[in-house]
Design a protein around this ligand. Structure first.
Ligand SMILES: NC(=O)C1=CN([C@@H]2O[C@H](COP(=O)(O)OP(=O)(O)OC[C@H]3O[C@@H](n4cnc5c(N)ncnc54)[C@H](OP(=O)(O)O)[C@@H]3O)[C@@H](O)[C@H]2O)C=CC1
Ligand SMILES: N[C@@H](CC=O)C(=O)O
Length: 347
């Protein structure tokens, strides 16, 4: 791949605009690599956009982005499942490597799409799909070879953490805190995915897949195209199961938060996975009351954190911004630059 790298971007909302803002601020240049957007797909061509979005590149046909000769890498930041699945498949089938921030897509179809990319000798990267700006997939892929991971435990949804923090700190009503999270660009296009715990559940699955855990039983809870989604079994891998039903923060009320606050505790939305001796990875996703001696207690606002326990290293905790335009654009563009470097290394 040449040092001039041409990007096709599908979606120009919070994250797509964030990517374009970073490209504009840096004038597209990174140590010998020049990145430039050449096509940008949106749904509403007439919608007002920030000044750093080059309007002449806009199209309302994502196929143009996936097929264009002057696109080297496609960035999928439109969200949703079915069309996004078509976009990523179509891009790969047209010889483009792909970077996506889409958790639902990667939780449900990650294995299929990674296989397709690998068969075509292309890259499919999705660091931004988990924990926003925190390089957790990079860490899991490049570090945990020696160590056997024994558990994961984290705050993996920025919107829920922001809402719970605002309710705890200021007594803000749930609806008001959610509106703030939406205005700040943290929430999903349909915020039910955040507050009902689906987003955290998708992210937990992606983390487990990165650690070669079979998540197909978790996937049966999801619905794609109106049908229950049943993934293929992968024998030989540890199998993840939910030990109790997934919960979001929609069931947490102000009185519970106030009671926790008076007792010096906090309510947090926590995802966890514990590798059992029985070959089962026992998972939970839901609100928990945390005491100040819990390392997740001090993770507030839009921040996320993940504590990864390995049998040799002990517990490593990564903390950072879990949502928002710039942290997520950072993860997207770090993936792009890694693809460029690895393509150059391959020759
Ligand atoms: N917000 C965040 O903090 C984070 C988001 N993500 C993920 O990034 C993705 C994008 O999120 P976000 O930017 O917040 O979402 P937005 O709703 O802000 O943006 C979605 C964009 O996709 C475009 N779009 C929707 N459907 C189509 C279509 N059929 N063809 C072309 N364009 C389409 C929309 O067009 P138009 O503008 O015309 O409506 C819009 O520009 C999601 O997968 C989300 O989960 C990941 C990490 C953090
Ligand atoms: N809606 C998500 C965005 C990032 O993944 C969140 O709030 O964590």
């Amino acid at each position: 791949m040449a040092n001039q790298v041409r990007l096709g971007i599908v979606g120009c909302g919070v994250i797509g605009s964030g990517v374009l803002r970073v490209l504009a601020d840096r004038k597209g240049a990174w140590e010998g690599v020049q990145l430039a957007a050449t096509h940008i797909a949106v749904r509403h061509l007439e919608r007002p956009r920030p000044e750093y979005v080059p309007r002449h590149l806009l199209t309302d046909d994502w196929r143009i982005v996936c097929e264009a000769d002057d696109v080297d890498i496609v960035i999928e930041v439109m969200g949703g499942i079915d069309v996004a699945h078509d976009v990523v498949r179509h891009a790969l089938e047209n010889g483009k490597s792909v970077v996506t921030a889409n958790k639902a897509l990667m939780a449900l179809y990650g294995e299929e799409l990674r296989d397709l990319a690998s068969k075509r000798g292309l890259f499919l990267r999705h660091e931004a799909s988990v924990l926003g700006g925190i390089p957790v997939l990079h860490t899991l892929h490049t570090y945990f070879e020696l160590n056997r991971v024994q558990s994961l435990r984290g705050i993996v949804n920025g919107t829920c953490n922001y809402i719970l923090t605002r309710m705890w700190e200021t007594g803000a009503p749930f609806a008001e805190a959610l509106q703030e999270a939406q205005a700040l660009g943290y929430a999903e296009p349909d915020p039910a995915a955040d507050v009902e715990g689906f987003d955290a559940y998708y992210k937990l699955q992606i983390l487990l897949q990165a650690l070669r855990v079979d998540t197909h039983l978790l996937q049966t809870e999801f619905v794609a195209d109106g049908q229950p989604f049943v993934g293929a079994a992968n024998s030989g891998k540890p199998l993840a199961t939910l030990t109790k039903p997934r919960r979001g923060i929609d069931s947490v009320d102000a009185a519970q938060i106030e009671a926790a606050r008076r007792a010096g505790a906090k309510v947090k939305h926590v995802a966890s996975a514990v590798w059992g001796e029985d070959g089962i990875v026992h998972c939970t996703v839901g609100p928990q009351v945390l005491q100040p001696d819990d390392p997740l207690y001090f993770v507030d606002g839009v921040n996320n954190a993940i504590a990864i326990t390995g049998d040799v290293v002990g517990t490593i905790t990564l903390i950072g911004p879990g949502a928002g335009a710039l942290p997520t654009a950072s993860a997207v563009l770090e993936d792009v630059l890694q693809i460029v470097r690895e393509s150059a290394d391959k020759g």
